[in-house]
Design a binder for this molecule. Structure first.
Ligand SMILES: [Zn+2]
Length: 342
């Protein structure tokens, strides 16, 4: 029969035989046991504290990892946006390839099933699975793969076209391929092909050409070799000239100041003469000057490209004097839905 009194670390018991308190002497096993339970309970306590701390707060290492993860996700998003831009450029290139280059050289367009074909095999992106960012990484990888494939198909198509073009230098000289006025910084494109607000009638109307603003008297150039097909004055176009380039192509230049051009005669003298139907012109020859005749809201050149009787978007026929970057810029400028000059 013991009664324990615990006082600090020394423990006593009441000896009923001697009617006195006696000190408890622990043997070694008991000491070890006590030490063990003490260590165990403090460890459990510490673990509980640490776990609850980690549950509510990140360790510095976790914090850094989380930041790194965020950084990676953000950059993958940026990458995806950049890839989307490349896809747009590829798409433009494919459209030009199918609708212009391959048409010019009478090659069949490349079917979408080939251009847009995916990759076989479901396990291709397996290695990216199992993480929070898996979808992002997989999508990025897929897009890059698709672009690589499209570039390969595109380059094959260009090889094919180069081969076809070798024997068509006459045709290439005839097809409209430059801008009809000097436009180095591209600031002259005022309105593009498509639906635009008409400057006089103030209604939405189809605008069948591109307007270049320039001072009255600015020289206008033939955009390809050909023969002058029409020289005339009409209420809408004012003074205008049409060139027939052959191969189904015609170009129209409207709102000219007048129909006079300067020419060098057989004696080598410069003379002012009227441009006439039947005149032969080469790409880059001056065929008139910017004016404001006809229905026009200010001095400008209205330029049209006509293929087999259909007025098409001239923006795709400046390829001789545009770098890819300028082409992109000009596409942008010509697609702005501003008012036309008509
Ligand atoms: Zn116009």
């Amino acid at each position: 029969m013991y009664n324990f009194i615990s006082m600090a670390k020394v423990k006593y018991y009441y000896d009923t035989n001697t009617l006195s308190y006696k000190r408890i002497e622990l043997n070694t096993i008991q000491k070890v046991k006590k030490g063990f339970f003490f260590t165990l309970s403090s460890t459990i306590f510490a673990v509980v504290i640490i776990i609850s701390y980690l549950y509510f707060f990140d360790s510095p290492k976790e914090k850094r990892l989380k930041q790194e993860n965020q950084f990676l996700s953000n950059n993958y998003n940026d990458l995806q946006q950049k890839i989307s831009k490349i896809e747009d450029v590829m798409e433009d290139m494919q459209i030009r390839d199918d609708n212009i280059y391959r048409v010019i050289f009478e090659a069949d367009p490349i079917p979408n099933s080939i251009r847009k074909a995916g990759f076989g095999g479901i396990n291709r992106y397996e290695k990216y699975r199992g993480y929070n960012t898996s979808e992002l990484v997989t999508n990025t990888a897929k897009k890059i793969d698709q672009i690589s494939k499209q570039i390969y198909i595109q380059s094959k198509s260009f090889d094919n076209i180069i081969e076809l073009a070798k024997n068509k230098s006459k045709m290439l000289a005839a097809i409209p391929a430059i801008q009809p006025i000097e436009n180095k910084d591209l600031k002259r494109i005022a309105s593009g092909y498509g639906y635009r607000i008409h400057p006089i009638y103030k209604i939405r109307k189809m605008h069948y050409g591109i307007d270049f603003t320039a001072k009255t008297g600015t020289p206008i150039y033939a955009t390809g070799n050909g023969v002058v097909d029409k020289v005339s004055y009409e209420r809408g176009y004012g003074y205008h000239v049409v060139i027939n380039h052959g191969y189904g192509y015609k170009t129209l230049y409207a709102h000219l100041r007048n129909l006079k051009i300067s020419k060098v005669n057989d004696n080598g003298e410069k003379i002012i003469t009227k441009i006439q139907k039947g005149d032969k012109v080469n790409r880059g020859d001056v065929i008139g000057h910017v004016g404001n005749t006809g229905i026009s809201s200010g001095p400008h050149l209205h330029y049209e490209v006509i293929k087999n009787g259909v007025k098409i978007n001239p923006v795709n026929y400046f390829f001789n004097d545009l770098s890819p970057k300028q082409y992109e810029e000009i596409l942008n400028l010509a697609s702005q839905k501003n008012q036309s000059f008509d």
